[in-house]
Design a protein around this ligand. Structure first.
Ligand code: ADA
Length: 581
């Protein structure tokens, strides 16, 4: 299952994951291959716990004609071969890619996916880090049967409120694989719940990157708005037809795509973020896709369980740190009414890391692929990028400018931000000399700071926040909404200490309680994201500051067992509503 709703009535699709594939290490013979479930990551297999290298996944499928293979996530570099011929290559674990294979004879074919999880200069985003880069086919794989020379690759649905009425702007991305002329095709669209008479034709607008883009607008007078309390969703069906050369009218459709939309507006006004005109209060968690049993190949049940626990604690938002998430998780957020901050893949990269020649193309590709694939999720209210990268340097600023401009060129309907930690004056002892050293605060729509008072430095939180605000007023970020994009403290699950020393559950519960109260009481803050929802594994190079090789700031541990802080968070989050007055 790749989505939580049916995406096609006409196009035939078949899931290739949810099944055992053969897998072997590069250099091993086919006889040595073992059966593994896809999706999964190999670190969870006995004997592969710390394997970095290349594994070859194979399986057969029987099909004829033109097929499209869709990979939702392979960690981190994939080479796809069909019957020995290379059909796709992709870098980055967290974004989808496809391989279109034309005119296969109707017989059994061999699919091979070479998967590499090594760190090297070729990989600028997956580096040893404060979370784990795993290896494997970590998200679903589907086989689609194409016909008619072209297919609807994606839809972008943009709800717009004008004169008190909702409208829906639609862009259909049609990929021709054996067709020359867009005029030979017609794209029609409408609400899936309405009958076929309600379908309306889109207009051909332009060709871009080998795709034909058809656009149009639907009236949506009767819809209810999507809100956290009532997350109403609507299915939009889009059909692809040949144009009859005699009549010029559309023939019976041969391809389709169904997407869901929620009608809501997001707007930044002064220092507030408005959802449907109301001032939002963010009460959220940062979350890695990681679980001790599954690595980053999370089953749907874990995604749902995570959201249930977050909701139980009174959260209304999740920050997908630090990469694009599984679409099924975003589908769940759409359905639960949980607001999402999604960001491109980059954590803590220094100027030197950013000067890797692969950094910019890889980070920008990730933005393109993320926004293209996740554009329709009403839950996503903001795009993020470049968490804690070198925004305090001139070189870094150039990259920040390019990437935020790219985000804005791809989506004008949502604000953009980045989480920074660039300030000085807070080393071991807070000296009251807080300086914001970030050179990019003029760029985002929302300023977001990661901060750890009472963890990395022992400062009274209200004083620290007040100093931060004072400095903010003197910076290029003045007047913008301000989010605390990370705050928290570590605790090793099950370690109790009467003296409430750091790493004890007692210390974490008390500290997180104080941190949250201070931020939520601060008029100047739009909201807060706790670092982090669950403990996560870190790469082995990070052992020295991470007991158990885990980032232990989770409010639940890596098996989702609540720590003492769970109660503290719940008590505080449940006191504050979704909106400020
Ligand atoms: C950073 C970073 C997180 C995590 C956190 C921590 O701000 O963005 O990924 O490393 O700090 O635990 O220190």
């Amino acid at each position: 299952m790749t989505r939580l709703f049916k995406t096609h009535d006409i196009r035939e699709t078949e899931e290739l994951s949810g099944a055992l594939w053969k897998m072997r290490k590069e250099g091993e013979s086919e006889e040595e291959a073992r059966n593994v479930l896809v999706p999964s990551c190999w670190e969870k297999l006995p004997g592969y716990e710390d394997f970095r290298g290349t594994c070859i996944y194979t399986r057969e499928f029987t099909a004829g004609g033109t097929v499209r293979l869709v990979f939702e996530g392979v960690s981190h570099t994939a080479t796809v071969r069909v019957d020995g011929e290379r059909r796709a290559w992709h870098y980055n674990a967290y974004t989808p890619f496809e391989a279109v294979v034309p005119d296969l004879p109707a017989e059994t074919h061999r699919l091979e996916v070479w998967v590499d999880n090594r760190f090297s200069e070729a990989s600028a985003l997956h580096v040893p880090n404060d979370y784990m880069t795993y290896g494997g086919i970590i998200r679903p794989v589907t086989l689609e049967y194409l016909q008619g020379g072209a297919y609807i690759e994606a839809l972008h649905l943009t709800p717009v409120m004008t004169g008190g009425r909702w409208k829906l702007k639609i862009a259909a991305f049609v990929t021709p694989y054996a067709a020359q002329n867009p005029a030979d095709y017609v794209v029609t669209t409408g609400f899936a719940a309405e009958d076929a008479n309600g379908m309306q034709a889109l207009c051909y607008e332009r060709e871009e990157n080998g795709q034909w883009i058809f656009t149009g607008e639907l009236e949506a007078a009767k819809v209810r708005a999507w809100t956290p309390g009532e997350p109403a969703l609507y299915a939009i069906r889009t059909l692809l037809h040949h144009r009859n050369p005699q009549t010029g009218r559309p023939e019976e459709p041969f391809d389709d795509r169904i997407e869901r939309v929620g009608f809501r507006s997001v707007e930044v006004r002064g220092n507030r973020i408005l959802l449907n005109g109301e001032t939002m209060r963010i009460k959220g968690f940062c979350r890695h896709e990681d679980h001790e049993l599954f690595g980053n190949a999370l089953p749907l049940s874990v995604m749902e369980q995570d959201l249930q626990q977050m909701r139980d604690m009174g959260a209304n938002s999740v920050r997908c740190t630090h990469y694009p998430n599984d679409q099924r998780f975003l589908d769940l957020c759409d359905e639960h009414g949980i607001l999402v901050w999604e960001e491109n893949h980059a954590r803590g990269l220094s100027e030197k890391d950013m000067r890797n020649p692969n950094f910019e193309p890889q980070a920008e590709n990730c933005i393109r692929e993320m926004i293209h694939a996740h554009y329709n999720h009403p839950s996503i209210y903001i795009w993020g990028m470049l968490n804690e990268c070198a925004s305090e340097t001139d070189y870094g600023r150039e990259c920040y400018i390019r990437q935020i401009s790219l985000i804005r060129s791809l989506d004008t309907s949502r604000p953009a931000t980045f989480a920074t930690c660039k300030f000085t004056g807070c080393g071991g002892d807070y000296d009251g000399q807080l300086q914001l050293t970030d050179k990019c605060l003029d760029l985002p729509d929302v300023v977001s700071y990661n901060m750890y008072p009472l963890w990395y430095f022992d400062t009274d939180i209200p004083t620290f926040l007040a100093d931060m605000q004072e400095q903010m007023e003197k910076s290029d970020g003045r007047g913008k909404p301000f989010l605390v994009s990370e705050i928290g403290a570590g605790a090793v699950y099950g370690w109790h200490d009467a003296a409430k020393a750091k790493w004890s559950e007692e210390y974490q519960a008390e500290t997180v309680g104080r941190q949250l109260t201070a931020v939520l009481e601060s008029e100047a803050c739009t909201g807060v994201y706790i670092w982090q929802f669950a403990d996560c594994r870190v790469s082995r190079e990070w052992f020295s500051v991470r007991p158990r090789s885990h980032n232990n700031k989770g409010i639940v541990d890596e098996y989702r067992r609540p720590k003492m802080a769970y109660r503290a968070v719940k008590d505080i989050f449940c006191r504050y509503g979704n909106y400020k007055d």
